[in-house]
Design a protein around this ligand. Structure first.
Ligand code: UDP
Length: 337
């Protein structure tokens, strides 16, 4: 398995004195891409971790190095079903949800449930144990934004009945539930609005694949690089270690209580430029081929991170070139093993 310990140590270094030692943390979606990085980091930091995952899009192999650890517990369950967890619980990261646009078409109901019923189940656990609740929301709550860079104060431009509605509206509903628990029960809550994040362990197969792992896989196999539309749509990509650091700072920052905060890199790039960059970095001869742009695919996406800088003292540190190079190494290793 690809060794991420060096990168976990770098996150720890970036966090300075912040520590989760002896804290009890529940991570829903803990076998997924970001969830498993969170599990790994927290176990290495001395926390007690309960990972709840139904393995619908998460993978057992992401947590296989943890299952024999005394401080790690795995509960295989759908978070939208009733769940009782013994305390103590200090933090709950609600990270469970499918997130790939291809999955929106096949699993819209599961996505809605994870971010509505699932949020409620997790909130009730947090309320019972007086835990701090961290929700991984998304830049998708802004839909196809008319304001770019997009600040948290922008309300969104979302098509509730379009193909992305199941994800966008579910996350918006999740956010509303969380603020309701904050206002009505005084629960400690924070909302992370995550912008496109990539790194080792992100899935590249079938309907789970996002643009970066798909392009790298295509480049390494010499298959055509599948650009949707004319490739002029933009995204701003955050490397996983930056994202995890942002989420941990969010969890530990009292001033973030009741706040929604963008966590994303501000370097904006068109999808066509991304394709060219991936081809160049992997030394590939892959040819670019163009396919229709999916409906409601946002035209531009770039966060305003003034709030994260101010409240969390967080800025992304890993450049797109560095992150892509690490991804290429990881995918090469995955393919050999
Ligand atoms: N995309 C693409 N080719 C692919 C997969 C995705 O051109 O094979 C585009 C997609 O249309 C979108 C961007 O890349 O504009 C990011 O897609 P992704 O699925 O990673 O996530 P999104 O940001 O749309 O949620």
């Amino acid at each position: 398995m690809y060794d991420i310990t060096g990168e976990l140590d770098q996150i720890k270094k970036n966090l300075g004195t912040l520590s989760f030692e002896d804290q009890h943390v529940i991570i829903t979606g803990g076998a997924g891409f970001l969830g498993s990085w969170m599990c790994d980091f927290l176990i290495r930091d001395g926390a007690h971790v309960t990972c709840v995952d139904n393995l619908s899009s998460g993978l057992k192999c992401n947590i296989e190095d943890l299952v024999n650890n005394d401080r790690f517990r795995f509960i295989q369950q759908d978070i939208s079903l009733p769940l009782h967890v013994n305390g103590p619980v200090d933090y709950i990261f609600h990270m469970a949800s499918r997130a790939s646009p291809f999955e929106f078409e096949h699993f819209p109901i599961e996505i809605l449930k994870a971010n509505t019923l699932g949020v409620l189940v997790a909130l009730e656990i947090a309320k019972k144990h007086h835990a701090t609740f961290i929700y991984t929301s998304t830049s998708e709550v802004y839909g196809n934004p008319e304001v770019v860079p997009t600040p948290e104060s922008y309300y969104g431009y979302v098509n509730s009945v379009g193909p992305r509605g199941c994800y966008d509206e579910a996350k918006r509903c999740g956010e509303a539930y969380i603020l309701a628990y904050h206002r009505q029960y005084n629960l400690n809550v924070r909302i992370a609005r995550i912008f496109n994040t990539y790194g080792p362990r992100i899935r590249m197969d079938g309907i789970y694949g996002r643009v970066i792992p798909r392009f790298i896989d295509q480049a390494l196999t010499g298959a055509p690089t599948t650009v949707f539309g004319d490739g002029s749509q933009t995204r701003s990509f955050t490397y996983v270690t930056d994202q995890i650091e942002g989420l941990l700072r969010l969890a530990a920052t009292d001033a973030a209580n009741g706040e929604a905060i963008n966590i994303g890199n501000t370097y904006e790039i068109t999808v066509l430029e991304l394709a060219q960059k991936v081809i160049a970095l992997s030394g590939s001869k892959s040819q670019i081929s163009f396919y229709p742009l999916p409906k409601d695919d946002p035209l531009r996406r770039k966060p305003d991170i003034t709030k994260a800088k101010k409240i969390l003292e967080w800025t992304p540190k890993v450049s797109l070139e560095t992150g892509l190079s690490r991804m290429i190494e990881w995918i090469k290793k995955e393919k050999i093993e």
